[in-house]
Ligand binder design. Structure first.
Ligand SMILES: [Fe+2]
Ligand SMILES: [Fe+2]
Length: 178
C-alpha cells in the first residue's frame, strides 16, 4: 500500500506530466504555423513521451493500491515570438520538472518508501535526457541567430526523430490511406 504523502505528490506529478504534454502540443501547433514541420514532429514525439510519463505514475499509484484523482490543467502559453523562445521555454520547463522529481525523491526518502526507488531513479535519468535535448536545440538556435538557412537545417535534423510505435500523435496512425 502506498503512503498518503508520496501518493499525493505522485498524483500531483501526473498533472505536471500532462501539462508537459499540453505545452509541447501547443508547440507542435506553433511550429507548424511557422512552417517548421521538423520541430513540430520532434515535439509530437516529445508530447507522446509526456503521456507515457503521466501513465507511469498513474499505474504506479494504482498498482500500489492508491487512488488517482486527476486535477485541472493550468492554462498555458500558446504563442512564442521565435523558435528560440519556444525551445528555451521547453528547457526551463524540463528544469522545473526535474525539481519536482527531486522533491518526490526527497519525500520518498523521508517516508522510507523504498518501493518508489526504481520508478524515481528511472525519472531522474530521464530528466538528464530531457534537459540535455532541449538545452542543445536552444543553444544551437542561439548560435545560428537569424540565419534562415541555419534554422532550416536544424528543422530537417529534428524531423528525423523516430516516433514511438503506435503513437496516437503520429499522423500515419490515423490518416489511413485506402
Ligand atoms: Fe516528463
Ligand atoms: Fe525523454
Amino acid at each position: 500500500m502506498i503512503g498518503e504523502k508520496i501518493r499525493g505528490a505522485m498524483n500531483d506529478q501526473i498533472k505536471h506530466e500532462l501539462e508537459s504534454f499540453y505545452i509541447y502540443l501547443s508547440m507542435v501547433a506553433y511550429f507548424h504555423e511557422e512552417g517548421l514541420d521538423g520541430m513540430a514532429h520532434w515535439m509530437r514525439c516529445q508530447a507522446h513521451e509526456e503521456m507515457i510519463h503521466a501513465m507511469k505514475f498513474f499505474d504506479h499509484i494504482i498498482d500500489r493500491g492508491g487512488i488517482v484523482t486527476l486535477q485541472d490543467l493550468k492554462q498555458l502559453k500558446t504563442k512564442w515570438k521565435t523558435p528560440l523562445e519556444a525551445w528555451q521555454d521547453a528547457y526551463e520547463h524540463e528544469k522545473f520538472v526535474t525539481g519536482k522529481i527531486n522533491n518526490l525523491t526527497k519525500i520518498s526518502r523521508e517516508e522510507n518508501d523504498y518501493t518508489s526507488e526504481p520508478i524515481l531513479s528511472w525519472f531522474l535519468n530521464e530528466q538528464i535526457e530531457e534537459e540535455k535535448n532541449t538545452e542543445k536545440v536552444a543553444r544551437e538556435l542561439a548560435l545560428v541567430g537569424n540565419s534562415k538557412e541555419g534554422i532550416l537545417i536544424l528543422d530537417r535534423e529534428l524531423g528525423t526523430r523516430i516516433f514511438p510505435a503506435g503513437s496516437p500523435l503520429d499522423p500515419a496512425a490515423y490518416n489511413v490511406v485506402a
